[in-house]
Design a protein around this ligand. Structure first.
Ligand code: DXP
Ligand SMILES: NCC(=O)COP(=O)(O)O
Length: 252
């Protein structure tokens, strides 16, 4: 059976990283969002961190006002961020773990251990018509916990897999890819919508795109980096091609 279409969400966080390096308005993350959409992005992801190290509140407001594709508001499940999301009403919200001292997201939400604090946030956002996804580890028990939390979507953390590929550790790469495949299949059987992201590049996105249950990839850092060399539009087009090549291998 033909696998469903695979959407590309472009994360523009690190355009804001470059902008904030000088404290002025240039380069504008919203201009990057428009470029990415014109080049084939199906949606835009932006992570409003509590420390505002890159994306700022005004960026989210401008994205909401100007985008004509879905906006995915990445956020920690704090009362501050839930309040901002309820006021902004993005298409989607992806709940991610956050530590001020981290350089980037280090893993998925701990929803097996302590997830009671997530329940209210998930309910409030869902009740407001916002599509909630949980950024989680690719584990079967985690899929079960996400179902129990009544989150309609999970985004599988692909960072460990991407690290294994970057390290040239074939055994770890095989193991982590198997984790992603198993979790995606199990989550889909539970009725969850399956997304994936973190650390993906052309090579790993092509491989992950072949997992038929995954319907969206969210990709940022690598694409913004490639945009420096190729131009963001060409980088997005190349990523779209890599995803399509991988998807052609998928069979559910
Ligand atoms: C959850 C995830 O992997 C990314 O979407 C997140 O935005 C990474 O955080 P930084 O963009 O701050 O690196
Ligand atoms: N949720 C993953 C995302 O939005 C982008 O992650 P990365 O490609 O910047 O690592």
């Amino acid at each position: 059976m033909k696998a469903p279409p695979l959407r590309l969400g472009v994360n523009i966080d690190h355009v804001a990283t470059v902008r904030n390096a000088r404290g002025g308005p240039y380069p504008d993350p919203i201009r990057a969002a428009h470029l990415a959409v014109f080049a084939g992005a199906d949606g835009i992801t932006a992570h409003l961190r509590e420390d505002r190290r890159h994306i700022r509140d005004l960026d989210m407001e401008r994205l909401k006002r100007q985008l004509f594709v879905p906006l995915n508001f990445e956020m920690a499940a704090t009362s501050e961020m839930v309040g901002l999301a309820l006021a902004l009403r993005p298409h989607a919200s992806c709940l991610v773990p956050e530590k001020r001292e981290e350089r980037t997201t280090e893993g998925g939400l701990d929803i097996i251990g302590g997830h009671s604090h997530l329940q209210p946030a998930i309910k409030e956002l869902c009740d407001a018509g916002i599509r909630v996804s949980l950024f989680v580890e690719p584990d079967i028990q985690v899929m079960e916990a996400a179902k129990d939390l009544r989150a309609p979507v999970v985004e599988l953390h692909t960072g460990t897999y991407c690290d294994a590929v970057a390290d040239g550790d074939k055994a770890r790469e095989t193991h982590e890819l198997e984790r992603l495949k198993t979790a995606a299949a199990h989550g889909a059987r539970l009725g969850l919508e399956i997304h994936a992201g973190h650390g993906l590049n052309f090579e790993t996105a092509r491989i992950v795109a072949a997992i038929p249950q995954i319907t969206e990839l969210n990709i940022g850092h690598f694409l913004i980096g490639e945009g420096i060399f190729l131009g963001l539009d060409e980088a997005v087009k190349a990523m779209r091609l890599a995803m399509d090549e991988g998807r052609a291998q998928a069979s559910s």
